[in-house]
Design a protein around this ligand. Structure first.
Ligand SMILES: Cc1cc2nc3c(=O)[nH]c(=O)nc-3n(C[C@H](O)[C@H](O)[C@H](O)COP(=O)(O)OP(=O)(O)OC[C@H]3O[C@@H](n4cnc5c(N)ncnc54)[C@H](O)[C@@H]3O)c2cc1C
Length: 377
């Protein structure tokens, strides 16, 4: 019989959530092994839009999002790389009065959480961003929101975790886990045998399968946001923009490329492939030209998509398993988990080490899907 390698905590998934957890756990002195089927940050964490946004979140997510926002500017100290984070602000644009009223209502909720949102009418927008946007009646600006380069973040956390002593197993999928009195017994597709005192399920759009090994239901829906990037054009857009109800979000990086998205691509999580759709890309380009007429001639040079797990209520599962002591879940970020990633590592670490976290997470319990009558996945 081959002896299993033992660690205090095993992590399934090398996205931003898993890699930040590996670092946070090492900081608390635990031994850690992270398993990633491909390379760290190769799925949603590495191919997303790069929005670091608190504005527009479900109110239950605001404390978590606020906590994560405090970490982003400290990345150079924490992981040795700023990951191109910039607090450019996020401007949500309204195309009619009803949308403006929705933005105002959110600003009031945000204020309760200490999040500053500035309402801007059409004149204020024209003064602040002359000739920039068209077809809108106003908007709301969250100055502390921003953007970052998604390709850099999970690998930077993984490198920092490895320097701190975490084992990062890339190209090694966990194929099964059993729980007995000794803890968790993991098997991998490379023939690895590991035991762990605790297990963290941060396997992204595949996390429901891990939950199922422990008898828990999580009705994930797989979706693939459709993304595009243009050739570099003269830099004009200092702020990250989202347009209410138009399925358009756009940011410009200092090199000049416009990164934008809207609508859904296509994904097959069995084969781990995601593709943009030509008609969706054309619609997003047309909406970009309507909203930012100065960008209408920018040529799209690449389009892509990625695989993300969504829940119907658009908030994640974060918290302890309801069936299995020592198992902690964090997944189903429903299209907005990149911003949350740095805080997820700290929170799951607190749950493993202290059995509690200072950030309110009750709304995210997986128990909401175990209740009688909840629709099957
Ligand atoms: C196109 C797109 C645009 C987005 N835009 C934004 C945005 O602008 N802002 C924002 O905040 N969020 C955005 N999101 C959402 C965000 O990217 C995700 O919520 C977040 O990255 C999820 O991180 P994660 O670590 O939980 O999951 P992932 O990054 O998916 O990582 C999970 C990892 O687990 C691995 N894995 C799964 N099963 C196993 C197994 N059995 N063994 C080993 N490894 C396994 C996978 O290979 C994967 O790498 C976007 C998502 C997409 C797809």
């Amino acid at each position: 019989m081959i002896a299993a390698w033992h660690v205090d905590v095993a992590i399934i998934g090398g996205g931003t959530a898993g890699c930040s957890a590996a670092l946070a756990l090492r900081k608390r002195g635990l031994t850690v092994a992270l398993f990633e089927r491909r390379t760290v940050g190769s799925q949603a964490s590495g191919v997303n839009y790069g929005g670091v946004r608190q504005q527009g979140r479900h109110p239950a997510e605001l404390p978590l999002s606020r906590r994560s926002r405090e970490i982003w500017p400290r990345l150079p100290d924490i992981v040795g790389d700023d990951c191109e984070f910039a607090a450019t602000g996020h401007l949500k644009l309204a195309r009619n009065d009803a949308q403006m009223a929705d933005l105002e209502a959110f600003a009031a909720v945000a204020a309760e959480h200490g999040l500053e949102i500035r309402m801007m009418g059409a004149n204020a927008l024209a003064d602040a961003y002359p000739g920039m946007v068209s077809g809108v009646v106003g908007g709301s600006l969250c100055p502390s929101d921003g953007q970052a380069n998604p390709r850099l973040v999970a690998p930077a956390f993984a490198r920092a975790a490895a320097r701190a002593g975490a084992e990062i197993h890339e190209h090694e999928a966990v194929t099964g886990v059993a729980r007995d009195a000794a803890g968790f017994r993991l098997e991998t597709d490379r023939g690895g045998r590991f035991t762990a005192g605790s297990l963290i399920n941060v396997a992204g759009a595949w996390s429901d399968r891990v939950a199922k090994w422990f008898g828990e239901r999580a009705p994930i829906q797989v979706m693939a946001p459709n993304m595009l990037v243009s050739e570099p054009v003269p830099y004009r857009l200092p702020v990250n923009i989202g347009v209410c109800g138009a399925g358009l979000y756009v940011r410009q990086i200092p090199r000049g490329n416009l990164i934008f998205g809207g609508g859904k691509g296509w994904a097959d999580r069995e084969r781990i492939v995601a593709r943009p759709m030509a008609d969706v890309s054309c619609s997003a380009s047309a909406r970009l030209a309507e909203t930012l007429p100065w960008a209408a001639d920018a040529t799209v040079i690449r389009s892509w998509s990625g695989i993300e797990g969504y829940f119907e209520d658009e908030i994640p599962v974060i918290g302890p398993s309801t069936t299995t002591p020592g198992l902690v879940h964090a997944f189903g970020f429903s299209g907005h988990g990149f911003q949350l990633g740095p805080a997820i590592g700290e929170i799951v670490t607190e749950l493993v080490v202290d059995g509690r976290t200072s950030t309110p997470i009750d709304a995210f319990s997986i128990s909401r899907f175990q209740r009688a009558g909840h629709r099957a996945a």
